[in-house]
Design a protein around this ligand. Structure first.
Ligand code: NAP
Length: 247
């Protein structure tokens, strides 16, 4: 039976590139997204054109009920072998002192709790200790934990810092259960996320801070994710790959 991969936030940006890349690597794909149905349907069509199966599942990773529905869709497709926790958000640039409680909760609910909810569901299915066949999990972090993002989104940096610790700890926790958990820390990547934070030209504005002097592409991040998912990364456990043009 074909192996199934769930990619959260797969309608656009890095998640889209991961979904299409993993389909090219032979996975059937659950394309999760938050609200942009047209974009998700386009990704599904591209995957089907590659000869693989795909289904779009709308759902908020911060909702346990939605996460259950995402995994139920994977169960209907086959055996879950990979999970890419890519769904993530920023918010408008502002100092911590001005951040609302609602913003802070959303930042951690989606970026941290969403990843943890999805990992828990994946482990229940993948763990050889629980009768599963093993698998690979890749969590999208950022270089923000190292930079702190002062004046912009310290909450986002802290949430991604939590992802780094979680990835390390979970990677060690389930390594002997046939599951490899790893992470990727992208630098400034050319996606819509910067516009969603109110700074559409953020990558261009910070170009001089990037040693390679350009923003990265979603596909350049997906390459690292695909490697970590693949058997070529069979000895990578609880590790974080930085792909940031040197930043
Ligand atoms: P993006 O272009 O803004 O796309 C976000 C994707 O996540 C969309 O598919 C969106 O769905 C989905 N999404 C948003 N909230 C969701 C939720 N609550 N539940 C499920 N899906 C949700 O983002 P990106 O730049 O590709 O970033 C992807 C990941 O990489 C994030 O974790 C981000 O923090 C991380 N990252 C990005 C950069 C960068 O420079 N771009 C740098 C470091 C780390 P809809 O299309 O339906 O809205």
């Amino acid at each position: 039976m074909t192996k199934v991969a769930i990619v959260t936030g797969a309608s656009r940006g890095i998640g889209r590139a991961c979904a299409i890349g993993l389909a090219a690597d032979g996975f059937d794909i659950v394309v999760n997204y938050a609200g942009n149905t047209a974009a998700a349907d386009e990704v599904v069509a591209l995957i089907i054109a590659l000869g693989r199966k795909a289904v779009a599942v709308k759902g908020d990773v911060a909702s346990e009920a939605d996460v259950a529905a995402i995994f139920a869709a994977a169960d209907r497709m086959g055996t879950l072998a990979a999970l890419v926790n890519n769904a993530g958000v920023v918010d408008k640039a502002q100092p911590v002192v001005e951040m609302s409680t609602e913003r802070l909760r959303r930042m951690f609910d989606i970026n941290v709790m969403g990843t943890i909810f999805c990992c828990r569901e994946a482990i229940r299915r993948m763990s050889t200790r629980l009768g599963g066949k093993g698998g690979a999990i890749v969590n999208l972090s950022s270089i923000a934990p190292r930079l702190g993002a002062p004046g912009q989104y310290v909450d986002y940096a802290a949430a991604k810092g939590a992802i780094d610790s979680f990835t390390l700890g979970l990677g060690r926790e389930v390594a002997n259960e046939g599951i490899r958990v790893n992470g990727v820390q992208p630098g400034l990547i050319l996606t819509d996320i910067h516009a969603s934070g109110g700074i559409p030209d953020r990558v261009e504005a910070l170009r001089d801070t990037i040693p390679i002097k350009r923003g990265g592409t979603a596909e350049e991040i997906a390459e690292a994710v695909r490697w970590l998912v693949s058997d070529k990364a069979s000895y990578a456990v609880g590790t974080l790959i930085t792909v940031s043009g040197g930043r």
